[in-house]
Design a protein. Structure first.
Length: 324
C-alpha cells in the first residue's frame, strides 16, 4: 500500500453519522435531487464494503457536482459552493490542492449530455441516465481516488501535485496516448483484433459457465492465447491494455455493483451484462474485459480482494487463482 497523503486519508465517517449531521452551507442552486443522490450513495457504504476492497470509503473523497456554472462540494457533512476547478461534463477524479476529488456533472447535466451523445465510454448497453447511474458513477470515480491515494498502481505512485502538473503543464509535444496505442496496435491490426475477439468469447464462457472445472479449463486456454497475442504487441500497447483493465475494469466492476444495489438484478444485467462482450474500438472495451476478469476472479475465489494491491495486472492474478 502506498504512503498516505497528509491531510487527505482519514477514517471513513459512517453513513448514518454523515447524514444525520448534514449541514447545507453557502448559497446554493443545486437541486434537491442531486443532494439526495449523494446521500443515497453514502448510504450504500455498508453494501459496498461487502465487495471486499479494504479501506474503500466514499466519504474519504470530496464529491463536487458541476451544474455548468459552479461546483457544489459534498465533504465532511457539509455542502459548499465554489467556482469550478474543472469545467467538465464527464465524471472524473481530479487533484485539488493536496488531495483527489470526485467531480461529476449534476444529474441534469449528465442526462443532457447522454441524450446528445447516446452513451459514454465503457457503456454499450442500457440507455438513459438518472439517479442510479449517477450514484454508480460517483462510486466509480471515488474508486479511482482510492487507487491513486492508497496504492502504487503497477509500481507507480502518483501524488495529487504530480497529477495536477500533468494536467496543466507540458504544453510541448506529448507522448502517444493509451488510446492511440490501443487503436493503432490492436483495433487497426486485423490479426491482433481477431485474436482479442476470440479471447473475449472465452472470457464470456468463463463468466457464464456453471461448471467450475470448465471455468478453469477456459481460463487456461484464454491465458495461453492472451500471452501469445501480447508477445506480438509493442511494450507501450501491452502496458496500456494491462493498466486500463486494472484501473478502469475494477472501477467498472464497482460501478456495476453499485448500480445493481440501486436498481436490482434485471436492470444490472441489461445495462452491464447484455453487451459486455461486444467489441469496441479504443479503451472502452477494456473497461468491460477488466470487469469480466473481476467476475471470473469472483468465481475462482470470492476472497481474491483480500490481498489485492494493484501491483499486478488482472491476468496475473487470474493465473495465480486459476492454477489452484
Amino acid at each position: 500500500m502506498g504512503k498516505q497523503i497528509k491531510g487527505f486519508i482519514m477514517t471513513g465517517i459512517p453513513g448514518f453519522l454523515l447524514l444525520s449531521a448534514w449541514l447545507w452551507t453557502g448559497k446554493w442552486g443545486i437541486s434537491e435531487e442531486n443532494k439526495k443522490i449523494y446521500e443515497d450513495a453514502v448510504r450504500l457504504q455498508e453494501q459496498v464494503d461487502s465487495l471486499g476492497f479494504k479501506g474503500f470509503c466514499l466519504s474519504d473523497y470530496p464529491v463536487a457536482m458541476y451544474d455548468g456554472k459552479a461546483e457544489y462540494v459534498f465533504e465532511n457533512g457539509e455542502m459548499k459552493k465554489r467556482a469550478p476547478v474543472l469545467e467538465t461534463f464527464a465524471g472524473t477524479v481530479y487533484p485539488v490542492e493536496n488531495h483527489f476529488e470526485v467531480i461529476v456533472p449534476t444529474v441534469e447535466q449528465f442526462e443532457q449530455l447522454m441524450s446528445l451523445t447516446g452513451g459514454a465510454e465503457g457503456i454499450v448497453a442500457g440507455s438513459g441516465y438518472g439517479p442510479p447511474e449517477q450514484k454508480a458513477t460517483i462510486w466509480h470515480e471515488a474508486f479511482h481516488g482510492y487507487q491513486l491515494t492508497e496504492f502504487a498502481v503497477l509500481g507507480e505512485k502518483v501524488t495529487p501535485e504530480e497529477l495536477h502538473e500533468e494536467f496543466v503543464g507540458n504544453t510541448g509535444e506529448k507522448e502517444k496516448s493509451e488510446e492511440q496505442w490501443i487503436v493503432e496496435e490492436v483495433d487497426e491490426k486485423p490479426d491482433v483484433r481477431r485474436k482479442l475477439e476470440r479471447e473475449i468469447k472465452l472470457l464470456k464462457k468463463a463468466v457464464s459457465d456453471s461448471d467450475i472445472d470448465e471455468v478453469h479449463r477456459t481460463v487456461l486456454e484464454y491465458s495461453q492465447r492472451r500471452r501469445q497475442r501480447m508477445e506480438e504487441m509493442p511494450d507501450k500497447a501491452r502496458e496500456a491494455e494491462v493498466r486500463c483493465e486494472l484501473t478502469e475494469g475494477t472501477a467498472y466492476y464497482v460501478e456495476s455493483s453499485v448500480y445493481r444495489m440501486a436498481s436490482g438484478q434485471q436492470a444490472y444485467e441489461e445495462r452491464y451484462l447484455d453487451g459486455l462482450y461486444e467489441y469496441e474500438n479504443g479503451r472502452g472495451k477494456y473497461y468491460r474485459t477488466g470487469f469480466a476478469k473481476c467476475l471470473i476472479l469472483d468465481r475462482l475465489d470470492p476472497n481474491w480482494k483480500e490481498n489485492f494491491d494493484f501491483t499486478k495486472g488482472l491476468d496475473e492474478v487470474i493465473e495465480e487463482y486459476g492454477s489452484q
